[in-house]
Design a protein around this ligand. Structure first.
Ligand code: ATP
Ligand code: MG
Length: 744
């Protein structure tokens, strides 16, 4: 028990051990909300003897779910931790639908329509209706309606004008296609799960506690899910921070905090105050930023670390120059801290993924490895997506969109016209595209329906790949053959390596490496999610409610669901705690809840942040606040004078408000032995052996940065002089910063 409470402050302990059945922990970034939530889960298991499989823990991202599981493992052991019902709202909803979906008419083999599928379906729906809407905006609008729980019928009641009537037709046609193809989109997972919980409340009769991280970003459907998960036990703990609410554009409802209090008037609220993440100077700057929101109730960020180095706010001539500066700063801080900072300690946080190009290219040129938490997902890379799509057709041939994407990859002489003819004929017969293709290949077609010989051959070869795959799947159980073997069969049947060589003469090796990575992941998935685990992970049996059994032929389906719900490639090494050293590039949205010793936020100009298309400037400011408060020790903000389109920029209005400039400085931080020691202490690592003055001088002589304060002209060889601080007093911070020694 002590281990669970060890290292918590009083307020955190109070929250962990509280006997309140409904509890809100509201606190600023870095104050240990997630740590507290994790400890409370462990406490409920360890102290209150709750069964882990009766506890539901929801996080917002797959990465956050993993990190939380790791933290809980450390407290109560892996065997117990892995039995928790812990994941994103989507993954938990998926699990309920898989096991109980038959009670609301969802068949076992439903597929998940990913973003490209839904876009393709919408494109067709729009064309069918003769509307002019962009598929992307229809997609956004439908998703936003679904997040608010508004289905076609509910929308129809408010659709009065011509435009809404037209959109209603698109919405209905989209829904009809999903239904006919036995597909659910991401929002459906939550909506259907909500319906399941409402209509069959007994499926959560076992649940003893529900815990939610990042509650400020729940939308109304997620709020309902929380309430319904807890409908028998009424035991809910949420942690959150209204200042970090950044998903209003996705219908998150900050008022859920108040709704919760109305619904459960006995809700206990505990506030945590101390920040354990960031240095004082970073917190002061973040505080100054968030205070610009006049509607916000005054709250102070309380540092527990020393003042440290002021965040840098730097102007660079262009986006490329900004990227190069960023890379040189990474290298410089690594060099002067004697290898204390590894690549994993750095993150570059962006307002939007599209800004990553210049940064990726500069990192690539300098040979600095990086991983993307945003941007093109690993599973969306062309060569990976094709293979995943084949697996999806093998698993669920009812998804016409996927078939259309891969039917002619590699080239099989099946042109658009053939596909259109097949689609038309399929519609006439009222069958799926796959059924139609099978009929053609197996000679069960009307004699009037004719295709050219090469196209027929092409179709036969496509059918051969899919049927061979399907046979392999049915043998997954009997022959103990594996997912990996299935993937290898597909790769071989497609002659995929030669195809890549032919199609991508320039970079086929990198692409093949991605295929190898995919193979490694399938192998990995099986290892982790082996049959026994899957059976163990199943939801507990409920009296009087039929439950589907998870069996080995679900392996493929679970793998694909995992792919659909995973935001990015997270290499095996991450799970194993191996140190693959890579810099993280992420959007600020995807970075919430996470932390890094060094954080860069480039492209801080108006139009980027606040974003030109954003409707709510306060939310944009909160987003920058979330970004800044990810940093533990060093924070760099920057702005190119000209953006990637070579247009002149204006520094973000958030960073030009009167008085804010004194919280930043323009140049990189100075580093001394003492400050490296302080940094090591903050990061709880061993400090490198102190360098001799001549070593440092050599290092500095190699530095090209002219702002490095000691460049060239080395003062007398004494540590004290080396360790000088520029001692710029910050207004209002008393004397704390007078002895500021950069990091320490
Ligand atoms: P965010 O709002 O950004 O999600 P948070 O409130 O969830 O932040 P955590 O991620 O739980 O904060 O904690 C931030 C950091 O502070 C973590 O590294 C955590 O280990 C550390 N921390 C939290 N509480 C304590 C404590 N009592 N003593 C020492 N370190 C702590
Ligand atoms: Mg957190």
């Amino acid at each position: 028990m002590d281990a669970i409470l060890d290292g918590l402050n009083d307020a955190q302990r109070e929250a962990v051990t509280s006997s309140a059945s409904v509890l809100q922990v509201l606190a600023p970034p870095g104050s240990g909300k997630t740590k507290t939530l994790t400890a409370r889960v462990a406490y409920l298991v360890g102290h209150h003897q709750l069964k882990p499989w009766n506890i539901i823990v929801c996080t917002f991202t797959v990465k956050a779910a993993r990190e939380m599981k790791d933290r809980i493992k450390a407290l109560i052991g892996e065997q117990v931790a892995k039995k928790l019902e812990l994941g994103t709202f989507h993954s938990i909803a998926l699990r309920y639908l898989k096991q109980y979906g038959q009670h609301i008419g969802i068949s076992k083999d439903f597929g998940i329509a990913d973003s490209s599928d839904t876009k393709a379906i919408l494109k067709k729906s729009i064309a069918k209706i003769g509307a002019t809407m962009q598929p992307g905006s229809a997609q956004g609008r439908i998703s936003s309606l679904k997040c608010k729980g508004i289905d076609c019928d509910a929308f129809a009641r408010s659709a009065k004008n011509v435009e809404s009537q037209e959109f209603l037709q698109i919405y209905r046609s989209y829904e009809a296609t999903l239904l006919a193809s036995n597909l659910l989109d991401y929002d459906d997972l939550l909506l259907r799960c909500r319906f399941l919980m409402q209509s069959h409340p007994q499926c959560v009769s076992n649940v003893q506690a529900v815990l939610i991280d990042e509650f400020q970003d729940t939308n109304c459907v997620q709020y309902d899910l929380m309430r319904l998960f807890a409908q028998h036990c009424n035991a809910i703990t949420i942690v959150g921070d209204p200042d970090q609410s950044i998903y209003g554009w996705r219908s998150a409802e900050i008022k859920n905090l108040a709704t919760m209090k109305q619904q459960w008037p006995d809700t206990l609220t505990i506030n945590l105050k101390d920040n354990y993440r960031s240095s004082g100077a970073i917190l002061h700057a973040a505080q100054k930023l968030i205070e610009q929101d006049e509607g916000r109730p005054p709250k102070k960020l309380q540092a527990t670390h020393s003042i440290g180095s002021r965040p840098v706010l730097r102007k660079l001539p262009s986006a490329n120059a900004e990227a190069e500066w960023l890379v040189s700063e990474i290298k410089r801080t690594q060099a002067v801290t004697g290898g204390l900072l590894k690549e994993n300690d750095f993150a570059v946080l962006l307002r939007s993924a599209t800004l990553s190009r210049a940064i990726e290219s500069a990192l690539g040129k300098a040979g600095v490895p990086y991983r993307m938490l945003c941007g093109t997902r690993f599973y969306d890379r062309a060569e990976v997506k094709v293979l995943i799509d084949y697996l999806r057709v093998i698993n669920h041939a009812g998804n016409d969109e996927v078939i259309e994407r891969v039917i002619n990859v590699p080239t099989r002489k099946i042109g658009d016209k053939t596909v259109a003819a097949l689609n038309q004929e399929a519609q006439l017969k009222g069958v799926s595209l796959w059924r139609m293709i099978l009929d053609v290949v197996q000679g069960r077609c009307r004699s009037e329906f004719k295709l050219a010989e090469p196209a027929l051959k092409g179709l036969a070869s496509f059918v051969d790949v899919v049927l061979t795959g399907q046979r392999k799947v049915t043998s997954l159980e009997s022959e103990k053959s594996s997912l990996l073997a299935l993937l290898e069969t597909v790769i071989k049947k497609l002659n995929f390596q030669s195809y890549l060589k032919e199609k991508y003469a320039e970079d086929h090796e990198i692409r093949w490496a991605n295929v190898e990575e995919l193979m490694a992941q399938t192998g990995d998935f099986e290892e982790k999610e082996n049959l026994q685990d899957m059976a163990e992970d199943a939801l507990p049996a409920i009296d009087g409610l039929d439950q589907r059994e998870i069996s080995s032929d679900d392996a493929l389906q679970l793998f694909l669901a995992n792919v659909a719900l995973t935001a990015s490639l997270e290499k095996k090494a991450d799970d194993d705690g191996e140190s693959v050293q890579q810099i993280t590039i992420s959007t600020m949205h995807a970075a919430k809840g996470l932390e890094w010793p060094v954080v860069f936020i480039p492209a801080c100009y108006d139009g980027s942040i606040p974003h030109s298309r954003a409707e709510d400037n306060d939310e944009e400011r909160r987003l920058l606040y979330v970004g800044m408060t990810r940093a533990q020790v060093l924070l760099y903000l920057s702005c190119p004078i000209k953006n990637t389109q070579r247009e002149e920029t204006c520094m973000s209005t958030f960073l030009t408000q009167p008085g804010i400039e004194c919280f930043f400085e323009e140049h990189g931080p100075m580093v001394s032995n003492a400050s490296v020691n302080a940094l090591a202490k903050t990061l709880r690592r061993d400090a490198p052996a102190p360098k001799t003055i001549s070593e440092k001088r050599r290092e500095l002589d190699q530095e090209e940065d002219n702002y490095w304060p000691l460049n060239g002209d080395m003062p007398a060889a004494e540590e004290a002089r080396w360790d000088y601080s520029r001692d710029k007093s910050l207004p209002g911070f008393g004397t704390a910063n007078r002895s500021l020694s950069t990091f320490g």
